[in-house]
Design a protein around this ligand. Sequence first.
Ligand code: HEC
Length: 310
Amino acid sequence: MPRDRPQPEPFEPSWLERSLNRYLLAGVVFMVALTVGFVGYRVREPSLRADAARTQRADYTRIGRQLFAASCAECHGENASGGGTAPTLNSKQFLSSTSDAQIHALIAGGISGTAMPAWSLDFGGTLTDEQVQQVVTYLHSLGAHAPSVPTWRQSGMAASGAGAGSAGVPGRPGTAPANKQANVTVVNVTLSDTQGLAGPMTLTVAPASVKAGKVKFVVKNAGTIVHELIVLKTSTSFDQLPVADAGDPPAPVTSGANKVSETTSVGETGDVAKGATKSVTLTLKKGSYVLVCNIAQHYGLGMRATLTVM
Ligand code: HEC
């Protein structure tokens, strides 16, 4: 009788195998949970997003209505329905012919030369950009049920003594601003500095992208010295233009350069005195533009910004 051979040790001790199996099982359960979770999330995601957008629109409309009552109703009437000294904004004709972006620009930058002030903090107003957007959302929400008021701009305006009829445009009395002419987009530019050449300078632009066509630049000098706005058509990044020129008109120099080249300029305001506002209307094609103040050293001190024309 052959003697029993000794049993070999099992390859893995059974306690180790049991433990491994437990981990494997836990891993599989976790993976299945993740997979199911992701699929479920993917299915619910679009409606979550739509819900969030709807909630935000409702909140904006509500806050916008309050802001309007507090800031705008005294001139534009309760619920934007006119009767004050300013146009009726709750008008089908106004709301359907004016895009939200245009309304935003009108509120943010105001309408120079009229009682309509600039509201955006950027232009010395009291509303943040988000608050302006809330008012726009509120006005937009009126659009669906707005009554037909073809003479919306006349609402009570004669009473404001705005020079009724002086512009000679029927239905648009008074100082009918150029930015209400068809297809002119208003871009507000603020030029600023706090200590002249001794400190940084700024050039802000709102909105920073516009549709191709007529663009009216309303340029305000909020600084302490003379500035200007020059619109250059270039795809170079706004802060990478070579400062290789000097003189008036700027020409390349080998030393003492303090300006950028203006060879790609499509238009400019000329000098804008401290505290003054000047506008210039240009016809812009699609492309990238850089707005600068090219008075000696001002570009280098920060007076440059991008404008995209779509
Ligand atoms: C002090 C009076 C006054 C206040 C306050 C005022 N506006 Fe105006 N607004 C005007 C006048 C006047 C005009 C018309 C300017 C013109 O002649 O084109 C105007 C024009 C507008 C226009 C353009 C209408 C059009 O037909 O072109 C919009 C939009 C507008 N205001 C929105 C607002 C909003 C929003 C507020 C509050 C945040 C506001 N306004 C507060 C006086 C005011």
